[in-house]
Ligand binder design. Structure first.
Ligand code: IPD
Ligand code: CA
Ligand code: CA
Length: 269
């Protein structure tokens, strides 16, 4: 029996997740990729497994994978692969990381999975088919006001000295119940999809960090755009994803911050 794209992606993500747990037990060391970005043996082994499986199942499909072992071809199908999202957490034994894969057809995301092997949670979605957590349909939260929301953000390691997100972090922390920084963008998005978070934003993500999570949020009834309210570009500079109800309130606050206007002044030292 031939499995659907999504079923195949889920099987592969689970297999890669089990592999990550073996590496976690062995406490693998890390190397630096650039100035501050960590990479481990586990990232590479997981990517190898995923890319091998995808190549044997879908030999004509393009693969864009974080550690560089994919191949972009001419197929209308393209897989985005993050073999270990949350590498810094993983390298320190902080229990928040995942494997994530998504499939795009002719520029549209059609299937995605985020697998958390520690909690054995499979978040998955197909375009038009809803979003699921371990076979149960999920929906975004119902929070209607930013002041009652729990949101999350992230700070990429690459070029971190240029990241302006700290300005946004302060304003949003003051305007909400709190801002979490879990260190695993795909799980942040999956948590928006299932209502554990009301929203998430980040600058400088890559397509493999967000592709599956974006589809999850959309299929769970949420809203995704860039941080200025434009259509999200997977290769664009920033992302905002939330339950839809608080989207315009967040965009208003973001537009003030982009203009350098602070509703909440920084505390004096
Ligand atoms: C990182 C994580 C982190 C986010 C970074 C990503 P990686 O992915 O998702 O939460 O803040 O922007 O690069 O490098 O661990 O796969
Ligand atoms: Ca990532
Ligand atoms: Ca990664």
């Amino acid at each position: 029996m031939r499995l659907s794209f999504l079923e195949s992606a889920v099987d592969i993500a689970k297999e890669a997740g089990s592999l990550l747990l073996h590496y976690l037990e062995r406490k693998v060391g890390f190397e630096l990729k650039g100035d501050y970005d960590l990479v481990t043996e586990a990232d590479r082994a997981s990517e190898q497994l995923i890319v091998n499986r995808l190549r044997s199942l879908f030999p004509t499909h393009s693969i864009v994978a974080e550690e560089g072992s994919g191949e972009e071809g001419t197929s209308e199908y393209c897989w985005y692969v993050d073999p270990l999202d949350g590498t810094t957490n993983f390298a320190h034994g902080f229990p928040m990381f995942n494997v994530t894969l998504a499939l795009e057809r002719a520029g549209e995301l059609i299937a995605g999975v985020v697998y958390d092997p520690l909690r054995q949670e499979v978040f998955c979605a197909e375009r038009g088919g809803g979003a699921y957590l371990n076979h149960h349909r999920i929906q975004v939260s119902k929070s209607r006001q930013l002041s009652e929301s729990l949101i999350a953000t992230g700070f990429p390691s690459r070029r971190r000295h240029l990241n302006i997100n700290v300005h946004f972090y302060h304003q949003l922390a003051m305007a909400t119940h709190g801002v979490r920084r879990g260190g695993s963008a795909a799980l942040d998005l999956a948590y928006v999809a299932c209502g554990r978070l009301d929203g998430f934003w980040e600058f400088g993500l890559n397509p493999w960090d967000m592709a599956a999570g974006v589809l999850l949020v959309e299929e769970a009834g949420g809203k995704v755009s860039d941080m200025k309210g434009g259509n999200l570009q997977l290769r664009g500079p920033h992302l905002l994803a939330d339950n839809g109800h608080i989207h315009s309130e967040i965009l208003t606050l973001f537009s003030e911050i982009f203009r350098g206007e602070y509703r909440f002044p920084l505390p004096v030292l």
